[in-house]
Design a protein around this ligand. Structure first.
Ligand code: APR
Length: 234
């Protein structure tokens, strides 16, 4: 792969699986336990806000009991390398990349530890629950919802992501099934922009054929090994 300067890393639920956070589509995953249309759409929130708020309250509480794993730490280490830019674009809503020390993390699907006020549009750091309809710290309105991009809603900061892809030398996808767009389309777009592409995953994703190279295995093994290789090649 050689020494690439600008790297865009897309991560998915698989990078946090070994920290004890359920993925979505693997056996026993979140979407086996809950119907997407009951907990992860704006319509669901209209129809049964308690069910939706309880679902995210449960996940918000759980994520605060988890720790970053070797994959998160390896990516933070890569980011600290002197030369080159590393941007982590995560589909995950946990804060484990940042807790591992990564600074350049873009949350395209939102953050569990934020509450979003639908009255004044403010986002507030939130570690507690929303089920009791607490008021917005900024405007006082009882109009808070989870700061999560639900199905049918537009992911965040897409222009920034494509700007980084245009400048990238290498696009790496870690721990994602490639089942959800627009993230699943990044590899094809990167490739068409002449960017080198690498997949690190437990199993081949739906977009595997678009990658120049695929390495299979648990993230806590293959991510540190890849970072060591890149840093040593440095
Ligand atoms: N190491 C590496 N990869 C893993 C591991 C592991 N320990 N465990 C699971 N994986 C891989 C699986 O093989 C699968 O390809 O991680 C992927 C998880 O896929 P999904 O559960 O579909 O999660 P993700 O791709 O992040 O979902 C995308 O869908 O539900 C929405 O908004 C939600 O951000 C999410 C998006």
């Amino acid at each position: 792969m050689g020494n690439n300067r600008n790297i865009v890393i897309l991560t998915g639920a698989g990078v946090s699986a070994e920290s004890g956070i359920d993925t979505f589509r693997d056996g026993g995953g979140l979407w086996e336990q809950h119907r997407v249309e009951d907990v992860a759409t704006p319509e669901a929130f209209q129809r049964d806000p308690d069910l939706v708020l309880r679902f995210y309250d449960m996940r918000r509480e759980a994520v605060q009991t988890k720790e970053p794993n070797a994959a998160h730490h390896a990516l933070a280490r890569l980011e600290r390398e002197p030369d080159g830019d590393v941007l982590i674009v995560t589909q995950n809503v946990d804060d484990l990349h940042e807790r591992a020390g990564a600074k350049n993390v873009l949350y395209m699907h939102g953050e569990l530890l934020n509450a979003w006020c639908t009255a004044c549009d403010a986002r507030s750091r939130w570690t507690g629950t929303l089920i009791d309809r607490p008021t917005c710290p900024a405007c006082g309105a009882p109009a808070l919802r989870p700061d999560i991009v639900w199905f049918g809603e537009m992911p965040y900061r897409m222009e920034e992501i494509y700007g980084a892809l245009r400048r990238a030398d290498l696009f790496v996808s870690i721990g994602t099934s490639g089942a959800v767009y627009p993230a699943a389309g990044f590899v094809r777009d990167a490739r068409e922009m002449g960017v080198e592409t690498l997949e690190l995953n437990l199993e081949r994703s739906e977009g595997s054929s678009w990658f120049h190279e695929t390495r299979l295995g648990p993230a806590t093994e293959i991510v540190p090994a890849w970072v060591d290789e890149l840093v040593d090649a440095g």
